[in-house]
Write a protein of this length. Structure first.
Length: 345
């Protein structure tokens, strides 16, 4: 893994949304949607990002592409630091990084034809003649499995799966290196989901794409991702190669998430012990002291309520933020005692 080039490098990314209250609309706090996230994505791989609704997955993806002006941290894409750039300064970088959105109906302009939608990035970023643009539009329609005869139809004439193919074709128009897929199958019928995921895999092999695949569908992430990051309340709490994470999860939250995934084998399914988490997810505007997960964790210790656990590498490529592993790295072995805050925080 280390020999491959890092295409995306994110360090201590923060995305806070201000809260204004009172008659004078004073700044009274922040919603910490993404709170100090760090990860790398290597060329040609797929990083899956999972977690329950409201954990900050989609906000993290949009912040990485700088669809928001970030609160703090650094973002490097293909060696270029984009975290502090203005939106105007990012214009030249836009062809390198693209996004496939969750709702294919909401992200397509109903007043534009398919050819107009797919060709819009070419209008914005190239000065190609009309014939060359049309050839490129047809190439992209072929690549995503759309009939060329549909080029002059409008989005309402297509099914959800076909609309998502239009969105994918638009994202591919400028030959990007990096694509963020923000729950691209969540709004689709189950029968269509596998087709779209298989299409994404085919395009990755064909064009050498790198994906950040955001989803709450753990089964689909297991199918498509090379590595998986688990988010909870704005932070990555575990990141590991796919097989390691699904085979031997180290964080109690990851264990609980995976226990909820149904097994197609009835015999195995009957033996699965569901881990039911108590309480609700705390508000990102007022996260708990110490570990974000301490209010719901079945293995909580006193230190968890006081000190935020260090996010560290326990095994090659397997990172976790949990006090259960903060001394020996042995599953289930808690710290005997903690020294200075700086050592454990």
């Amino acid at each position: 893994m280390s020999e491959r080039k890092k295409l995306v490098e994110v360090r201590d990314l923060k995305m806070y949304f201000p809260i204004h209250s009172g008659v004078l609309r004073r700044h009274s706090g922040d919603v910490k949607a993404v709170d100090g996230v760090s990860f790398d994505i290597y060329e040609g791989e797929t990083l899956g990002v999972v977690g329950e609704s409201g954990c900050g997955k989609s906000t993290c993806g949009r912040a990485v592409l700088r669809l928001y002006d970030i609160t703090g941290g650094t973002i490097k894409i293909d060696g270029v630091e984009i975290g502090a750039k203005s939106q105007h300064g990012l214009r030249k970088m836009r062809p390198t990084m693209q996004m496939v959105f969750q709702d294919p109906q909401a992200c397509l302009n109903p007043r534009m034809t398919v050819a107009g939608i797919i060709g819009e990035p070419l209008d914005e970023h190239t000065n190609w003649p009309k014939n060359k643009k049309l050839d490129r539009i047809y190439e992209l329609m072929d690549a995503v499995g759309l009939n060329r005869n549909f080029a002059n139809r409008y989005p309402h004439a297509f099914s959800g799966g076909q609309r998502q193919r239009i969105g994918i074709a638009r994202a591919l128009a400028l030959n990007p290196k990096f694509i963020i897929c923000d729950e691209p199958i969540a709004a689709l019928d189950v029968s269509i989901q596998a087709q779209v995921v298989n299409l994404l895999e085919k395009l990755q092999d064909e064009f050498g794409l790198t994906y950040m695949f955001i989803s709450h569908d753990l089964s689909m992430v297991r199918h498509i991702a090379d590595r998986v990051a688990v988010m909870y309340l704005g932070k990555i709490i575990e990141l590991a190669p796919r097989d390691a994470l699904y085979g031997t999860p180290l964080h109690p939250y990851t264990e609980a998430l995976l226990s909820a995934v149904p097994d197609p084998d009835p015999k195995l399914e009957s033996r699965v012990e569901r881990i039911i988490l108590r309480g609700d997810v705390p508000s990102p505007a007022n996260p708990p002291k110490g570990c974000n997960f301490c209010t719901r964790c079945p293995k909580v210790m006193e230190i968890c309520r006081e000190i935020d656990p260090e996010y560290r590498e326990l095994r090659p490529g397997h990172f976790v933020a949990c006090h259960l592993h903060n001394e020996t790295g042995t599953t289930g072995a808690p710290r005997r005692e903690h020294n200075q805050q700086g050592e454990d925080a």
